[in-house]
Ligand binder design. Structure first.
Ligand SMILES: [Zn+2]
Length: 151
């Protein structure tokens, strides 16, 4: 069981590495990182970090808030060798979970729009380092997509 979990996480990790290197991330109305929670851009999540906890809000096509009802979220994060699954709780209209330790790690979200919905996986790479271009943390970098990839 544990082994298959690690393999799954490695596969998720490879996915994000391939997707990076282009710079430019989508930021939401609250300055958070926007992730895709649908196959057709109709639902998004906005990830913000507040007092050591991540908040995930739901946004519709026009990036307007969506009420949290029957949706569910599973999070995997932390170091590659020892990924953790922080407990995801609900607070008002947000999912919230404790941020894994460290300044740079992968976060994988498995989102379900309802009990019978198919699970959608979205990933971001959290990086607390400050970008020299925009002075935002790298995971919330506002620089245009043309930014050259790091060596
Ligand atoms: Zn930047």
């Amino acid at each position: 069981m544990k082994k298959s979990y690690i393999i799954l996480f490695a596969a998720l990790w490879l996915g994000v590495v391939r997707a990076l290197g282009h710079g430019g991330v989508e930021l939401g109305p609250n300055g958070g990182r926007v992730v895709e929670f649908s196959k057709d851009e109709s639902l998004h999540g906005e990830v913000t970090l507040k007092d050591g906890r991540f908040h995930v809000a739901l946004l519709d096509k026009a990036l307007k808030p969506v009420a949290l009802t029957e949706q569910s979220l599973v999070v995997t994060g932390g170091s590659r060798s020892k990924p953790e699954k922080p407990k995801v709780e609900r607070e008002g209209n947000h999912f919230v979970f404790q941020a894994p330790k460290g300044d740079s790690y992968l976060l994988a979200f498995q989102f379900k729009d309802g009990p019978k919905a198919k699970s959608i996986t979205a990933r971001i790479e959290y990086d607390a380092a400050i970008c020299s271009g925009c002075q935002n943390a790298e995971w919330l970098c506002k620089c245009p997509p043309a930014k050259p990839a790091k060596p």
